[in-house]
Ligand binder design. Structure first.
Ligand code: SF4
Length: 300
């Protein structure tokens, strides 16, 4: 079916008019736009889910460092910690933060991950959807519905803002991923279409202005840990939504505010590594050490 869903308002109205769920509208749209069947779309989504689960499973077992040596063993530290001391917030929290970091560590090891929406934010959506799927014992079809729901939020978001830290700061990468995850979580928790969009709005509204200032230009510091934080951010948005707490600012207006915030943000804070964390004393030191390491390696 040919649907125009480039705003959240249009998405919600289409759902109401057609009496369909967000994932149903999106899978029909995707099938129409790419001249595929709905089953083709669902099969492709299943393959993405498989890649997400494989990345989590590999990441949970590995403590291999990235080539920079900066990151790679944080997931293992979490697992060891939870063996001795359980999380204050229970098993679901443990899974969400571990899965997010496991996936991101696989990314920095250059192993296969599903960019969702980007490689630097690849841990957030899988951590939330797969942890909740395990909790609620979802079947394959429900997992696919949840991921298409999350993807729809990303689709509408990207109609207005490019998902790139270089354009809008990390609010448009990890922020967008968190909104997608919040939407997927509300779908899994049984929320309706309005609540799904509201959860995305709450997640986006509360991440406005997040800068992109990776140390030494690598998608490692702060990116790896940030994925864990923003996965939990998504759960907060979902929980508030399921309590019928509404964003007073509609999702489309928040997107406009995010676009404007990104435009006002200094280029020094948009993936150039010329400001923020990258220019802290420690950030500069790390950059210098890595520059020396790589120049020595190149020279040998
Ligand atoms: S800080 Fe920048 S590089 Fe790191 S995840 Fe965010 S947008 Fe990507």
């Amino acid at each position: 079916m040919e649907y125009s869903i480039n705003t959240f308002e249009k998405l919600l109205n289409t759902c109401k008019k057609e009496n369909k769920k967000i994932y149903e509208i999106m899978q029909e749209k995707e099938a129409y736009d790419f001249e595929k069947s709905v089953q083709d779309v669902r099969n492709k989504t299943e393959n993405i889910l498989i890649a997400m689960k494989q990345a989590i499973n590999r990441g949970l077992k590995s403590k291999e460092k990235s080539s920079s040596g900066l990151c790679g063993d944080d997931c293992n530290k979490l697992i060891e910690k939870y063996k001795k001391h359980k999380s204050l917030f229970g098993e679901l929290f443990e899974k969400i933060v571990s899965y997010a970091i496991a996936t991101m560590e696989e990314n920095l090891r250059m192993n296969k991950i599903a960019a969702c929406p980007t490689a630097g934010s690849c841990g957030i959506v899988p951590a939330v959807i797969i942890s909740l799927s395990e909790k609620y014992k979802l079947d394959k079809e429900e997992e696919i519905n949840a991921l298409i729901t999350a993807g729809t939020i990303g689709y509408v978001f990207s109609a207005k803002i490019p998902m790139a830290g270089a354009v809008g700061g990390c609010q448009t990468e990890c922020g967008a991923a968190s909104a997608m995850a919040a939407a997927g979580a509300v779908y899994i928790m049984g929320g309706n279409e309005k609540q799904i969009i509201n959860a995305a709005a709450l997640a986006l509204k509360n991440i406005l202005g997040l800068t992109c200032d990776p140390v030494s230009g690598l998608v490692e510091i702060p990116c790896v840990k940030r994925n864990a934080f923003l996965a939990i951010h998504a759960i907060t948005a979902a929980e508030l939504t399921m309590a019928n707490i509404e964003s007073k600012i509609p999702a489309d207006e928040i997107i406009d505010a995010m676009l404007q915030t990104g435009q006002l943000m200094s280029p020094l804070l948009k993936e150039t590594s010329q400001g923020g964390l990258a220019l802290t004393k420690s950030g500069i030191l790390i950059n210098r050490e890595l520059s020396n390491k790589y120049s020595v390696t190149e020279g040998t």
